[in-house]
Design a binder for this molecule. Structure first.
Ligand SMILES: [Zn+2]
Ligand SMILES: [Zn+2]
Length: 258
């Protein structure tokens, strides 16, 4: 039987890209729908290894930190000047308030003619985190995370298959609820084996990611969004010490099927 859903890790780095790796970007594919969750620094180059970028049905940006959205800029050049084009505008969904931030960034570039830098190639939307978003054959729901700015975890579902992506978060019951019984829980582990002192927190250690997955009853845990301070195997071992299901660490190019 064909997989209900496929997930490709396009970029697995935290905010500073690991050598040869990109920042946050995960591609969800299900029955002809191609949805991108985040498009961080360097991720467009990796995306082009697996698909033609005009074939994306949409891009959801979980929050407006550069490691999650900055490659929208080179994608804009690609959609305007090629090498690959599309007839219609590509839908992108930003978090509430994200549109003004992206437009402010785009406004810093020199004018390239009478048309708007973004609107010429993108259909710019903001999602309602309290509503279900339908994109092609996929249903998308959100949960606000605990982070330094407003950020939203995302759950994508189709035919009983589900992927929950934590975005950036400290330990958070809302994200756990969103990840409840998910087929795959893609969870950040930006702190690695370190800890983060309060009161303001915004990331997870590998152990905390494992604890969230365990409490959520996620059926499979994949750690992502990590740096170079610790060996990937160390992170996996740490998560396995508290999470009792199948656990792996993402790398750019990792393919998962449900
Ligand atoms: Zn991040
Ligand atoms: Zn962030």
């Amino acid at each position: 039987m064909a997989a209900a859903m496929r997930v490709r890790v396009v970029g697995s780095s935290a905010s500073v890209p690991r050598p040869g790796r990109a920042c946050s970007c995960h591609l969800i594919r299900a029955r002809g729908t191609n949805l991108l969750l985040d498009l961080g620094t360097g991720a467009l180059a990796n995306l082009r290894i697996v698909m033609d970028y005009p074939d994306l049905d949409g891009i959801i940006i979980t929050h407006m930190h550069g490691d999650h959205f900055l490659d929208l800029i080179p994608l804009r050049y690609g959609l305007k000047y090629g090498p690959l084009l599309r007839d219609d505008r590509m839908p992108i969904w930003l978090p509430p308030g994200g549109e003004s931030q992206l437009r402010a960034l785009a406004a810093t570039f020199a004018s390239e003619g009478p048309n708007d830098f973004l609107d010429e190639v993108f259909e710019v939307n903001e999602y309602d985190p309290g509503a279900t978003l339908e994109i092609g054959r996929l249903s998308v729901t959100f949960a606000k995370t605990i982070h330094y700015i407003d950020a939203y975890a995302v759950r994508v579902e189709r035919d009983g298959a589900s992927v929950c992506y934590s975005s950036d978060t400290a330990p958070c019951e809302r994200v756990e609820e969103l990840a409840r019984s998910a087929s795959i829980f893609l969870c950040e582990a930006a702190l690695g084996l370190a800890s983060e002192a309060g009161p303001i927190r915004g990331h997870l250690s590998a152990v905390e990611a494992g604890e969230m997955a365990q409490r959520a009853g996620a059926r499979r845990l994949v750690l992502t969004h990590y740096g170079t301070e610790f060996a990937p195997g160390e992170l996996e071992d740490a998560a396995r010490s508290v999470y009792h299901g199948p656990c792996a660490i993402a790398d750019d190019g990792t393919e998962l099927t449900i």
